[in-house]
Design a protein around this ligand. Sequence first.
Ligand code: COA
Length: 157
Amino acid sequence: MENIDPSKIIYRRASTKDVEGIFRLYESLSTEDLYMRFLYIKRPSMEEIERYIKDPNIIVYVAEYDGKIIAEGVLHRSGEVAVVVHPSYRRKGVGKTITRILYEEAKNMKIRSIFFYTSPDNYPIIKISRSLGCRLRMVEGLYMGIIDICIDENKDA
Ligand SMILES: CC(C)(COP(=O)(O)OP(=O)(O)OC[C@H]1O[C@@H](n2cnc3c(N)ncnc32)[C@H](O)[C@@H]1OP(=O)(O)O)[C@@H](O)C(=O)NCCC(=O)NCCS
């Protein structure tokens, strides 16, 4: 695990300049991580990454440390979210921070709830989502986590 200074992590929207960095991030993942991320084993190609960064229905955030992409968070307009952190940079709050950013982004987009699918064994993402008030539902052997977005109806309706 890397010894890092969390105050130097930059969280920002991804651009097509990040395609290679995101590709390298996926290269660092084990097959188990890939399963946890996609629910099947695949590593996205550079073309695929470029396609979803350019997709207007998909918001992509990255965390950058020392010029390297160490995490990605993806929010689809449907409300589906997915987060992945480089194995050497885990347990430092990066996953939690990027999930919170996606939550705020969904709120700005007037999305009423965000959701994800994962394995019931995925303790870290379940912990992160519980901190955001998540409901967990078993769907065909998988956990579906649903996080209702807190709306101030006086301001946000
Ligand atoms: C899930 C994932 C994104 C979490 O990233 P992370 O940066 O390590 O998460 P955080 O550091 O924010 O940890 C969140 C919480 O889980 C806890 N946690 C994380 N990993 C843990 C582990 N292996 N064992 C026990 N607790 C763990 C942390 O202590 C933290 O708890 P806290 O809020 O009480 O401090 C990362 O493990 C990952 O990329 N996994 C593979 C892909 C995946 O599963 N994506 C999610 C499905 S979409």
